[in-house]
Design a protein around this ligand. Structure first.
Ligand code: HAM
Length: 426
């Protein structure tokens, strides 16, 4: 690899820098605030786990079998970078045994060796929640409502919600048998890879992207036909709850999500602003058996993950304005080196009063500082000059209109606050 290639971010990953990162701040803050309002606390789990933790999400899934970043550390431990958030959270639940119901949210990077393209990366960030210990369709509704309202709050207006039920163990066994039968009967010409997938888990054929298999997948039996009375009743309750909240759903019997742990409710939010192959902005579902897989007590669970990069792409495609706050005030130092710490003191005082303030450094000329003020995006520049200082005042300039006036130092905060309120219409 050439020097030029080595000192670039590896394929499929990228930097998020200002001003784009302003959107990220806004998205994460909005989600954190919403999750807190729903009673979810932040969970921070390690970026890597013993590889077996992730095997529990399905050894035959693409994510585990083909895309995982695995490593051996210097102590000989087999580890993997987290490819998704649920396994780590459930591992933490089983390890610490908090009192259920246990409701947590997270914001974390995930690593998958994917075919990199727009909206599909080798490191992506997810916002997510997991709720453990509640076997009640009402919490399925809560979790979906949390995500739906979050998309509304951040301006993602073009999402549709697909809903399905994977059924319980009682529903699943006859469905999987019927699927296996169907695939082996109609897919014998597809070769070893197909048969191996069917033998390992026929559900994993349903989400395969192979073009030649699509007809056989299209004619396969569908899960809803196999739902037990109990699974049907729960699924209907979820639909009724969402309908009561005014959340539109489209039932999609073909929605099978890419992990083996799902049971019962599954859902996905798709954005029309994204390319079809990467249009899922978020998805999740119930996983009532996963805690047991980690050696824990039987503990139902439900959650979702939503990719931040895709949210940003969708918001950009919609032209949604970013409300990310930038610099409000730029302080220009007109005193020069003999002004001592006056300017630094003023900057700190305004920041303490809640304003976003920046300044120039390195003793730059007043002219250069005015240029920097213009470039900063600030609405107002505050200039401290010798004459103003003698009168215990500052010069304030509206950088958009160019209007300038003198304001006494004691009235400055009130002046800036009044201007801010006038501009924001409050
Ligand atoms: P997932 O559907 O694999 O589910 O990922 C969740 C979301 O992460 C996707 O809807 C998408 O927005 C984003 N995403 C996934 N892979 C990529 C990628 N390569 N590049 C960019 N964005 C991506 C899960 O991971 C489950 N743990 C969700 C869950 C939580 N189920 C229950 N609880």
């Amino acid at each position: 690899m050439s020097r030029d290639d080595v000192f670039r971010a590896p394929k499929g990953v990228h930097d998020v820098l200002p001003p784009e990162s302003g959107r990220w701040v806004e998205i994460v803050a909005c989600f954190a605030e919403r999750a807190a309002r729903y009673g979810y606390g932040l969970a921070i789990t390690p970026m890597f786990e013993h590889v077996e933790v992730f095997h529990r999400v399905g050894e035959h899934t693409d994510v585990v079998a083909k895309e995982m970043y695995e490593l051996t550390d210097k102590g000989g431990r087999r580890l993997a970078l987290r490819p998704e958030g649920t396994a780590s959270v459930v591992r933490a639940y089983v390890e610490h045994r908090p009192t259920p119901p246990w409701k947590v949210w997270y914001v974390a990077p995930n690593f998958r060796y994917e075919r990199a393209q727009k909206g599909r990366y080798r490191q992506h960030w997810q916002l997510g929640v997991e709720a453990l210990g509640v076997d009640d369709p009402d919490i399925d509704v809560e979790v979906i409502a949390l995500l739906s309202g979050f998309y509304r709050d951040i301006g993602l207006s073009d999402v549709r919600l697909l809903l399905n039920s994977m059924g319980d163990a009682e529903s699943r066994a006859p469905f999987v048998a019927a699927l296996r039968d169907h695939f082996l009967r109609h897919g014998d010409a597809f070769g070893e890879d197909f048969v191996a997938r069917v033998e390992a888990n026929p559900m994993r054929v349903l989400d395969a992207k192979v073009e030649a298999w699509q007809d056989v997948i299209g004619s396969a039996p569908q899960l809803p036909e196999f739902l037990s009375p109990d699974a049907t009743a729960k699924f209907e309750r979820v639909q009724a709850g969402l309908s009561d909240l005014g959340i539109d759903v489209e039932l999609d019997p073909r929605l099978v999500r890419g992990f083996d742990y799902y049971t019962g409710t599954t859902f996905e939010f798709q954005s029309a602003a994204l390319d079809a192959a990467q249009n899922a902005v978020g998805g999740g579902g119930r996983y009532d058996r996963l805690a047991e897989e980690f050696g824990g007590p039987p503990t139902p669970g439900i959650g979702f993950g939503s990719g931040i990069e895709r949210i940003v792409l969708a918001l950009d495609a919609l032209g949604a304005p970013s409300a990310a706050a930038g610099i409000e005030v730029f302080v220009v130092d007109g005193l020069g080196p003999d002004g001592g710490t006056t300017v630094g003191g003023l900057v700190e005082a305004l920041r303490a009063d809640g304003f976003a303030v920046d300044r120039a450094f390195g003793g730059r000329s007043v002219k250069a500082q005015w240029k920097a003020a213009d470039r900063s995006g600030a609405a107002v520049a505050v200039m401290v000059g010798r004459d103003e200082l003698d009168r215990d005042a500052v010069a304030v300039k509206d950088l958009a209109s160019g209007e300038q006036e003198e304001v006494s130092r004691t009235a400055l905060v009130a002046w800036l606050t009044a201007r801010r309120e006038r501009v924001s219409g409050r």
